[in-house]
Design a protein around this ligand. Sequence first.
Ligand code: NAD
Length: 351
Amino acid sequence: MATIKSTSYNIYVGEKSFDELNKFIKKQSYSKYVIICDENSLTHCLPKLLFNCEVLNQAEIIELESGEENKTLETCTQVWGALTDIGVDKKSLIINLGGGVVSDLGGFVASVFKRGIHFINIPTTLLSMVDASVGGKTGIDFSGIKNLIGTITEPKAIFANPVFLETLPLRQIKNGYAEVIKIALISDAAFWLVLKKLKNSIQFRNEEIITKAIELKNVIVKKDLHEENIRKSLNFGHSIGHALESALIKQEKDILHGEAVAAGTIMETQIAYQQKRITKKECDEICIYLHSIYPKIKITKETQALMMEYIKHDKKNEGGALCFALPKSIGKYELSCIVMPQDVKNVIELY
Ligand code: NAD
């Protein structure tokens, strides 16, 4: 088991993290426990949690409907209502048991309820273990825009237990793995070599892989919690990836965040090569690897036009210019790389 020190809290990774959870709960003397989950984490993960952490059998359970479409203010209103009915006070603990939707919404709900109550994250998807639950970003979608409303509020602890991933469908494992690849490409060339040697996708959820990915994200987040500087490097693959995700969602196509990010990583890698930030060999290596894992996404002319609209309005743009975080050889990054809209169109066509 690994203990990763974050700003003011610990991230426990591994099957033994249940022991740490028991210790954490014993030490804190909370007045009440509330577990927020969705129907899938309730079915697959809650029994494991309650078996390994008996004191939580007295917890109140709030079940959300799964899916990004429920990461809304309406759901928050329902949860705040439930917390009020339950009699949650300032000394209560909220436990977010689920994927990124649960940790984003649950963290946000906790961060403003009674001006903020304690919460911990127990991520149950690979994406939430290596990315969403780490780094203090909480939030909900609003007015059709992803993560428009939220806070930066850190959990009191994170318990990432790979045991929960046993029931996660392969597509969801690959979804989270896109973020593992991204963090390797921008911050650790040696880790990238490890990833390339993984033989099958079950290994994507190995404890060592999860630990390393969290460590790397944590290093960045600890230095720049509020994304004023180096945290922007985590956006590699996301400028085009987000635009693609938003465009496909608008067209009511089936797409997961990580799948769009994988495609975005391929396209932004091509831009990094065209701007001579990485070599042809590095570019090919990255693109071939990503193509071998993720099915190619069909980008129609309409999708492309929508993508260009989203890219123009990306919140990372500066003074009207498109601004990307790109790799500078594998394992390093450069921020604020200026990219022309035509370059984006070209790599969409190349993809
Ligand atoms: P998700 O929470 O929707 O989970 C994916 C699916 O897996 C859901 O159907 C869920 O019910 C199911 N599930 C969860 N655990 C399971 C388990 N152990 N076994 C079987 N099924 C299980 O999606 P996600 O990919 O985990 O997270 C995506 C969300 O995370 C998005 O809303 C995104 O905006 C957010 N996010 C936030 C950050 C951040 O820094 N806060 C970073 C990245 C992504």
